[in-house]
Design a protein around this ligand. Sequence first.
Ligand code: ADP
Length: 187
Amino acid sequence: MKYFILFGPPGAGKGTQAAKLVEKFKFKHLSTGDLLREEIKNGTELGKKAKALIDKGSLVPDEVVEGMIASQFEKNTSVGGFLLDGFPRTTAQAEHLDAMLKARGEEVTSVISIMIPDEMVMERIRSRALIEGRADDANDEIIANRISTYHAKTEPVIEFYKAAGKYQEINGVGTIEEIFDKICGII
Ligand code: ADP
């Protein structure tokens, strides 16, 4: 089984690219952000706890997302591959994913990182807020918290996968099609 990870700061375009990749390669798309928003929409206990953290731009606890991913792996046994988006977001999550896959005799295939500068993160999320109305896109303070959370907790994941020889980075500034072509080249 192939396990691709789409990596990058908030607003880098992971969701947009994931939708196109799923269509082309028939991957199962696993976005922890989407899974959490689904829990919130359904009013589950997990969703209620997660909402308070997400709405202020903080991460939810590692165990919560690790559990969601594990159950998705169990549920989707006959897919062509997985496209992980928004996970792993901490080094602990990356280590957990490695262990989870190792137990199945599998491993991460490749990490594709879409990089854009912080100013562009702010700009893109501000415009997405007008379209999607996500509470965590609502104001500059929350967005700034997500950017600093990204630098503090998520960026170290890059070194983890570089050390494993699985990290590939592309410049995320360009048209949707240009970025898509670059990702397809890697896959
Ligand atoms: P974006 O694409 O803007 O980064 P996501 O939709 O991926 O946002 O995630 C929205 C929020 O959900 C995050 O800011 C975080 O609070 C929570 N979240 C998503 N994935 C994870 C994860 N792997 N670990 C912890 N929290 C997560």
